[in-house]
Design a protein. Structure first.
Lengths: 297, 323
């Protein structure tokens, strides 16, 4: 009988280890390659928009209005004014509602109520912006016509879940010892919330709001159904009338057969992208820093 | 009897302050509750209003609207099948194309990239997620379209013309193929950013344990990181899909907005969202408007299902707020 329990092992290389190493290199290489390829394509998109936009940009873009069909030249001044007004009104609606709803969830609601509101926010966040557009159309536009404020309402609906969700997250990060400390001093709840909790969270809430504004400024679909038929060659400042907006001008100009309008679309895209990117990058940067600070506390 | 210790003025002060605090507490509670109710009302109203507006069409065509193909304003006959199929087809292909690439970017950013690259590429990816869709559509129609028409189209048709996907050459740059590429470019950054965050959440000790057992890096990724993050990755992909499903503007710009029920990617197409966006002013009859809203109902239902599926999975991972 042979010695039991001894398994004959060969110490000679079977190539298994080499095969594993090879698989590892191939997989790693594929991952790096895919990443670089994708990032390359993405960078290409950004660069081509920026280069074309930069080439087409000139002073007229900011100072002149859109021309009526058939004329050449002109700019997007009416669109810039329109976007500024529409987004400002949208923010004026979405920020208070979103922030107060978040205060309710984070400071007042019991676990069931808070779940319901958060669910509603998640659902709202999943509604495609075009559906928000036709909703605003059905609710506000049918029978009374286009107006800028109706576009603002639609954009506010897009912004609302973004604002509220960030605010809930930020309020959750505020340490409870801050609240207990305040209560221990005999300070009432509303003062605690408004003057102790909010001041330490307001910075992050505002950067979250900035992100929402950046997103809203680039939205097209909600405006398509609410404020898209406007007079081409004048600046409108009354929100009861339809206003031009930069995303709408880009959409219309991009589908135009006229190459000079295409150029204007590139220039407008450059302006819009510059605005959105600067806004969202700086907000993200500040938000990340603040969250780190809050967490560390 | 003991004399009362608190002096009267202090007492009055306390009671006045008590009143103000009670008032403040309850008004803040009510104002914020009102805002919360407002949020719930908005979502309920959206669902109600869209269904309500679709009612004439629902009454006329019933559920068979979903599988009927005609969309004819002259005979006032409408059906959603072409748009529904195109939506699922184009979105599905975009996701198939984007998901592996996005996960590879996530892996690269969390595991392989050197520190400096990580920050730069990471913020580039986040920057791309913020590009307005109309700008992406502009690029799609004016830059990508001609390339699809003149380069990709003939080439893919020569090489893969025997498959149903590239059976003909594109007659213009506006094709379903262009829409697939644009949507893929749109969802890669979203999915990539979430998957990077997921991979960064894998506890280092189980990764080190795997390496300590002698696994290669790829075996560690496949055996430890992917299983650990599987649920999160699925919902990251679903969230990207949800975004692509409902994208109206960029798709309208590049897809050609003429419905074809075909697998041929070089034909024009029309999704639910792009049909709504393209016909918003041209609707001739009440029934057509109602049918557009019916498309909206279908779109809303699909996106809510996809988002819910994503949320159910994502709840287990703490990444909900990223999206």
């Amino acid at each position: 009988m042979e010695a039991s329990g001894v398994v004959p092992i060969s110490l000679k290389s079977s190539g298994r280890s080499r095969r594993r190493q090879r698989t590892n290199h191939v997989a790693q290489g594929a991952s790096v390659l895919a990443a670089f390829l994708a990032i390359g394509v993405l960078a290409l998109v950004v660069i081509s928009v920026l280069v074309r936009g930069l080439k087409a940009i000139n002073l007229d873009l900011f100072t002149k209005n859109q021309v009526t069909y058939g004329e050449t030249g002109g700019g997007i001044a009416n669109g810039l004014v329109g976007t500024a007004i529409i987004v400002a009104i949208a923010a004026a609606i979405a920020l208070p509602v979103g922030i107060f709803a978040a205060i309710y969830v984070a400071e007042f609601a019991g676990s069931r109520a808070s779940r319901v509101v958060r669910l509603a926010l998640d659902v709202l966040n999943g509604v495609p912006s075009i559906v928000v557009g036709i909703f605003a159309y059905a609710l506000l536009v049918v029978g009374s016509g286009y107006a800028a404020w109706k576009g603002s309402v639609a954009l506010a609906i897009v912004m609302l879940p973004l604002v509220a969700r960030t605010t809930i997250e930020v309020l959750r990060l505020v340490s409870d010892s801050l609240r207990y400390g305040s209560y221990a001093l005999g300070i009432s709840k509303w003062r605690t919330v408004l003057f102790v909790v909010m001041p330490s969270a307001i910075g992050s809430i505002m950067t979250g709001a900035t992100l929402a504004i950046a997103r809203a400024a680039g939205e097209t679909a909600p405006l398509l159904f609410t404020t898209s038929i406007f007079l081409p060659n004048q600046i409108v400042t009354d929100p009861h009338h339809a206003m031009a907006a930069v995303p709408l001008l880009i959409l219309f100009d991009s589908e135009s057969p006229d190459p000079s309008l295409n150029n204007q679309a590139w220039a407008a895209a450059f302006v819009l992208m510059f605005f959105v990117l600067v806004l969202s990058l700086s907000a993200r940067y500040v938000l990340a820093r603040r969250e780190r600070k809050l967490r560390a506390r | 009897m003991d004399a009362p210790i608190a002096s009267p003025p202090l007492d009055r002060l306390a009671s006045r302050r008590g009143l103000r605090d009670r008032l403040g507490d309850s008004s803040l509670r009510w104002i914020s509750a009102l805002a919360a109710v407002g949020v719930i009302t908005v979502i309920a109203l959206i669902i109600y209003e869209v269904i309500d507006q679709a009612r004439p069409s629902i009454r006329t065509f019933g559920i068979s609207f979903v599988w009927h193909r005609t969309w004819n304003a002259v005979t006032d006959q409408y059906g959603a099948l072409d748009f529904l199929v195109a939506t699922l087809y184009v979105t599905g292909l975009a996701v198939v194309l984007a998901a592996p690439v996005a996960i590879a970017i996530g892996l690269y950013l969390s595991e392989l990239a050197p520190g400096g690259v990580r920050g730069v590429v990471g913020s580039l990816v986040e920057m791309l997620a913020a590009i307005p869709s109309v700008v992406l559509g502009l690029w799609g129609i004016l830059v990508l379209g001609p390339v699809v028409h003149n380069e990709f189209g003939p080439w893919l048709n020569d090489v893969l013309g025997w498959t149903p996907f590239f059976a003909t050459r594109p007659i213009s740059g506006s094709t379903m193929f262009t829409a697939v590429l644009v949507l893929a470019i749109m969802i890669v950054p979203i999915t990539a950013a979430i998957s990077r965050d997921l991979f960064l959440q894998v506890p280092p000790d189980i990764k080190e344990g795997a390496i300590g057992l002698g696994l290669t890096r790829w075996e560690m990724v496949r055996g430890v990181m992917l299983p650990y993050t599987r649920g999160g990755l699925i919902s990251a992909v679903l969230l990207g899909a949800g975004r692509a499903l409902g994208e109206a503007i960029a798709v309208t710009q590049v897809i050609g907005t003429t419905a074809h029920l075909t697998a041929n990617l070089f034909e024009t197409g029309d999704t639910l969202a792009s049909r709504i966006a393209a016909q918003y002013q041209a609707a001739a009859s009440n029934l057509q408007v109602a049918s557009l809203f019916y498309l909206g109902v279908i779109l809303l239902a699909i996106s809510l299902i996809v988002n819910f599926a994503a949320l159910l999975i994502v709840r287990r991972y703490d990444i909900a707020q990223r999206v």
